[in-house]
Design a protein around this ligand. Structure first.
Ligand SMILES: [Fe+2]
Ligand SMILES: [Fe+2]
Length: 450
């Protein structure tokens, strides 16, 4: 019996990933639901009810805690915790539809948590699954507290999981593509414009942390840009994954070269450039799991619109659109970050530098689109306004990329939201505050508002 329960839970966890990535009509979602249902259906007639609980971060059934499945059940645990659910009860008359509705309820971030779960589930027509807390919560405040702790935990786990996948690829270990997509999708939602929060989460052994963070960030920017440009969720994820692996070849270069602050010698420069072909070689082995795009992008992301760049091609050609998108996100992030050989540039300076490359490094229309959706001051940037107040960028204005919608965070009381593109405001962004330096003290104020 315990084996059947394990199968049911594993498939429910995969159904959450598939439901999140695709939709409830996608065949892989339905297949996981069918498998989970079958397994439960074999167990349920023998039981009056089947009670699954969460003990710490693990799922448990009748005193057995499924530690060994911990990693694989991650998605299910995360979403139960975020909904504040500590216990699920399956009843014998359970139907496949009910199981599917329950999973969709878990995925839906708009819907509330355990306190309201019974009503929601009844409204969805789910009568044979009960979900809730083990003990009744005293106050709404506690519900909110629990949900935010769970969210924080999930966010941390997401970054760690993605870092682990990069290590797996470097070690030539297996990669679970569904899980990877799921985590990539989650971190785009969680970390857009919040790079500074990822710094402490990425734990890597003997590898270059800067490159790791760069990979995660390029992936996030790629997904943000492509989703804003109207790409399908599937394409957005593919670009996110291609962005995530674009510099994987660099992780095989010695840190001495990567961190060198003086000019590289010819052989060192050669090794550095070789990260494109090296990356493609590594990723070719994962084509079955991650597809062709990461290979193409790893190979092409330093090729330019004017067909210069590297690796040198015998028959020069324009790079794939995905490579051109990754290339812009790549340069953008590289300029924004501090490296051993350069300081970190503020957003306006990056804009000027990138615009210098319009028509040479970058395809002109693509670059315009990039800035139209990202804005000169991207979402999450801490800025100083012309009236000396400190604000955070909340929304960009596609028609006026220099003047976003900001929320004043200092002085504390105001919290005013201002659309700088409105002529009446006359306020302007004068400069941005570096979140690692002078902007650091404002990070807490931003967090409390989200
Ligand atoms: Fe690169
Ligand atoms: Fe890069």
């Amino acid at each position: 019996m315990v084996e059947k329960i394990k199968i049911a839970l594993l498939n429910l966890s995969s159904a959450i990933q598939a439901g999140k990535i695709y939709s409830k009509d996608h065949p892989s979602f339905q297949e996981f639901i069918i498998r989970a249902f079958k397994a439960l259906h074999e167990v349920l007639p023998r039981k009056k009810e089947l009670v699954i609980g969460i003990v710490e971060d693990e799922l448990a059934w009748e005193g057995e805690i499924f530690f060994s499945l911990s990693q694989k059940l991650n998605a299910l645990v995360q979403y139960l915790q975020e909904k504040n659910i500590e216990r699920i009860v399956f009843l014998p008359d359970l139907t496949e539809e009910e199981l599917s509705s329950f999973v969709m309820f878990l995925i839906d971030r708009e819907k509330k948590g355990a306190a309201d779960a019974p009503e929601y589930l009844t409204a969805l027509g789910v009568r044979n699954i009960r979900a809730g807390k083990i003990r009744a919560l005293a106050t709404q405040h506690e519900v909110a507290e629990d949900a935010s702790t769970a969210k924080k935990k999930r966010k941390n786990k997401t970054v760690r999981n993605v870092s682990r996948v990069i290590e797996n690829v470097l070690n030539e270990d297996d990669v679970d593509y569904l899980e990877l997509k799921f985590n990539v999708l989650n971190y785009m939602e969680d970390y857009l414009g919040r790079r500074q929060e990822m710094v402490d989460l990425v734990s890597i052994k003997k590898k270059d942390l800067t490159t790791f963070l760069h990979l995660l960030n390029v992936s996030i920017i790629c997904m943000f840009i492509s989703s804003k440009l109207g790409y399908s969720q599937e394409d957005v994820l593919d670009l996110g994954i291609a962005g995530l692996f674009h510099d994987i070849g660099k992780l095989t270069i010695s840190r001495r070269i990567l961190k060198k602050s003086t000019k590289l010698k010819e052989d060192e420069f050669y090794k550095m450039k070789h990260h494109t072909t090296r990356g493609a070689e590594i990723l070719v082995k994962y084509m079955d799991a991650v597809g062709k795009l990461p290979v193409v992008v790893a190979y092409e992301h330093h090729l330019r619109h004017d067909m210069k760049g590297y690796p040198r091609l015998t028959h020069p050609r324009k790079p794939h659109t995905a490579s051109m998108i990754v290339s812009m996100c790549d340069v953008y992030d590289a300029l924004a970050q501090k490296r051993s050989y350069k300081k970190d540039f503020p957003p306006k300076k990056i804009y000027d530098i990138m615009m210098d490359g319009k028509g040479t490094s970058f395809e002109p229309e693509l670059l315009e689109s990039f800035y139209r959706v990202l804005g000169v001051w991207p979402i999450g940037t801490i800025v100083s306004l012309s009236n000396k107040r400190i604000a955070i960028v909340r929304k960009t204005n596609e028609k006026d990329i220099f003047n976003p919608v900001v929320e004043v965070i200092h002085p504390k009381k105001s919290r005013e939201v201002i659309d700088l593109s409105e002529e009446t405001t006359k306020l302007r962004v004068t400069r941005s505050l570096n979140p690692f330096k002078e902007g650091k003290k404002y990070l807490e104020l931003i967090e409390s508002q989200v």
